[in-house]
Design a protein around this ligand. Structure first.
Ligand code: 4NP
Length: 174
């Protein structure tokens, strides 16, 4: 299933379609595996569609363990095999990110809870959406699973889910 129409769970996304610049921030715990990979996948989709000037795409973590680091080496290797060069430097999400971005995309429920805790207003909280809500229903995942303590298949699964979810998110925004 593809969400070519307006996404049912997030009707406010429709209002972003007409916005000249759409600003998307991907969030996970460490900002070294899932969210920098989502950033890389989304940037590649936007570039392939000649749409880079209409999107600002970044990522951040709710935790502060790896600030300044490149993405996890395993994530970089798996992403590189699919053509994504991940060069993001880890940073922690801040309350001002809710002003600087239109959509704050969480990878799992724990990310969402942590984001709700720092969202400065109700409008800010409404910017939070779940990445897995955009993945094809056939993936059967309601979150993007943390691959940090997993093997190679965990990283491949993350990339499969992100490629599906980012393509559908882009379809909802273009
Ligand atoms: P991420 O994965 O949230 O996808 O970046 C993790 C990376 C590091 C840690 C946990 C999750 N950590 O505990 O250091």
């Amino acid at each position: 299933m593809k969400f070519n129409e307006e996404h049912k769970a997030y009707p406010h996304i429709k209002s972003l379609k007409d916005k000249d610049l759409k600003r998307i921030l991907f969030i996970c715990l460490g900002n070294i595996c899932r969210s920098p990979a989502a950033e890389g996948v989304m940037k590649a989709i936007v570039e392939a569609n000649g749409d880079s000037s209409r999107f600002e795409i970044d990522s951040a973590g709710t935790g502060n363990y790896h600030i300044g680091d490149l993405p996890d080496r395993r994530m970089r290797v798996h992403a590189q095999r699919r053509g994504y060069n991940l060069t993001h430097r880890c940073r922690q999400v801040t309350p001002s990110d809710f002003d600087d971005f239109d959509l704050i995309v969480a990878m799992d429920e724990s990310n969402r809870r942590n984001l709700c805790r720092i969202a400065p207003t109700v409008e800010a909280e409404n910017k939070i959406i779940m990445m897995a809500d955009f993945a094809d229903i056939t993936t059967r995942y309601d979150h993007i699973p943390d691959p940090y303590y997993e093997g190679a298949e965990g990283f491949e699964l993350v990339l499969d889910l992100l490629e599906s979810a980012c393509a559908n998110l882009y379809d909802n925004l273009k």
